[in-house]
Design a protein around this ligand. Structure first.
Ligand SMILES: NC(=O)c1ccc[n+]([C@@H]2O[C@H](COP(=O)([O-])OP(=O)(O)OC[C@H]3O[C@@H](n4cnc5c(N)ncnc54)[C@H](O)[C@@H]3O)[C@@H](O)[C@H]2O)c1
Length: 440
């Protein structure tokens, strides 16, 4: 099938590359000429495991191209996927400016009837609005389908190719069946394709993200209570996680959730609920707990050193909002770095892939260190914010040698308490008692 993907970001690129890989002829369109130029050189503008190889293989096979030519893009696809951003406005409601711009581009340039698939996360009712908006303006008719994307950055290609389920919200049965057919190659393991009403699909995406965010805020709140009561939250986590009704997923206490989805989607659903006259106090609390949690590392540091950090330096490991991505949008590390800089501290940071984005965000206010241990030289403490694999078994002697004192603040609970004591570290983590060294 001929497909157009509008928006070549995390979702658009993965969608386009995976659908090209099953034999479709895909044209990726983006307004960013810089992004399209990078893509047409066979490079990926984002870090996502397996994506570059998939893009290159399908470009070589002639099934995947990228363009900034809007009319050509709108003519190319029988099906047009929209994967542009829907960032939050000040009041938490999603900004649909890009969606509306794309809808008008579709209306102005299509050369026949089309199926328009919304991949972006959009508020309930957007499918209805967009369909009316395009059909009012265009002489060709479109059917709008909602097909929410559940991929996780860091494992996005694998998630797309092996989904737990595919959700398709369609009012037009032919359009729904076409989108179903496109996804069938990815569910040969019998995972379900769930066809439902368009608004139910829109709501499903928000409900899924809010549920996961709620689990994270829940365990973070339990961790903070454990902290105050000197209980190890890890023991509690295993105690509840083995309950088959609860499980372990998304129950890891930490420095709060970030990224471009959970924070904005929780706020968006609060906004949608309020507009519908429904009190969304649980979701509001999920958001507020997370806002506080993203400051928890800073408060631990300030409690240890006092509020004036002008004589202090900190080495940060991990700045992306989670491992295996270079995405720093809403990342807890960004919140921490802002607060440390405001308090006068010097900050050096290492991340395996996100330093480019960190540099764009902070310029030379933060020393970006391509080598992990380099970030620690002369620092008062190591602060771990993102649980990249390579931080799990580091050279502790080297850490101790580089730091002014053997002191770690760990926002992801990577290390066993008793081992850190034996290694001679003072070790602060989340929801676990503070460790003081048992060897000199
Ligand atoms: N990133 C994720 O993990 C993820 C997962 C599931 C759903 N989503 C949702 O998918 C949507 C896209 O997210 P993303 O992270 O891929 O965003 P992104 O910011 O990485 O990519 C969006 C792309 O759209 C392009 N764009 C903006 N306006 C355009 C226009 N008028 N015409 C053509 N291109 C335009 C931008 O240049 C950019 O390349 C959002 O609604 C998001 O909530 C994201």
């Amino acid at each position: 099938m001929k497909l157009t993907i509008v928006g070549s970001g995390y979702v658009g690129l993965v969608t386009g590359a995976c659908l090209a890989d099953t034999g479709n002829t895909v044209l990726g369109y983006d307004i960013s000429a810089e992004k399209v130029a990078v893509l047409n050189r066979g490079e990926s503008p984002i870090f996502e495991p397996g994506l570059t190889e998939l893009i290159q293989a399908n470009m070589r096979a002639g099934r995947l191209r990228f363009t900034t030519d809007c009319p050509a893009a709108m003519r190319h696809g029988e099906v047009i996927f929209i994967a542009v951003g829907t960032p939050p406005r000040e009041d938490g409601s999603p900004d649909l400016t890009a969606m509306h711009a794309v809808a008008d581009d579709i209306a102005d340039h299509i050369n026949g009837p089309k199926i328009v698939v919304i991949k972006s996360t959009v508020p309930v009712g957007t499918g209805d609005d967009l369909e009316q908006r395009i059909n009012r303006r265009s002489k060709h008719r479109v059917a709008v389908v909602n097909n929410p994307e559940f991929l996780k950055e860091g494992t996005a290609v694998d998630d797309f190719q092996r989904p737990d389920r595919v959700v398709i919200g369609a009012e037009d049965p032919v359009a729904g069946a076409t989108v179903r057919e496109l996804h069938e190659p990815f569910v040969r393991n019998q995972r379900p394709i769930l066809l439902m009403r368009r608004k139910a699909a829109e709501m499903t995406k928000y409900a899924a993200n809010c549920c996961l965010a709620a689990r994270i805020s829940f365990i973070n709140q339990i961790a903070n209570i454990c902290d105050a009561l000197e209980i190890d939250v890890n023991e509690v986590r295993t105690g509840i996680g083995w309950d088959a009704r609860i499980g372990f997923q998304f129950l890891y206490p930490g420095a709060g959730y970030g990224g471009s989805c959970f924070p904005k989607d929780v706020q968006a659903l609060v906004h949608v609920a309020e507009r519908a006259g429904v009190k969304a106090d649980l979701l509001q609390a999920v958001h507020e707990v997370n806002q506080r949690q993203r400051e928890v590392l800073f408060h631990k540091i300030a409690a240890r050193f006092g509020p004036d950090l002008s004589e202090r330096a900190f080495g940060i490991w991990g700045v992306s909002f989670k491992p295996k991505t270079d995405d720093i949008r809403e990342a807890p590390a960004v919140v921490l770095i802002e607060k440390l800089l405001d308090a006068g501290a010097k900050v050096s940071a290492h991340d395996p892939v996100a330093l480019g984005n960190l540099r764009k965000r902070f310029g030379d206010r933060v020393a970006c260190c391509p080598q992990a241990y380099e970030a620690l030289s002369g620092a008062d403490a190591l602060v771990i914010v993102t649980e990249w694999n390579e931080f799990r078994s580091p050279d502790f002697d080297e850490i101790a040698r580089r730091l002014r004192q053997p002191l770690i603040f760990d926002g992801r609970n990577l290390y066993a308490l008793d081992r850190m004591a034996a290694r001679g570290f003072e070790y602060h983590s989340i929801g676990r008692p503070v460790v003081r060294a048992t060897r000199g």
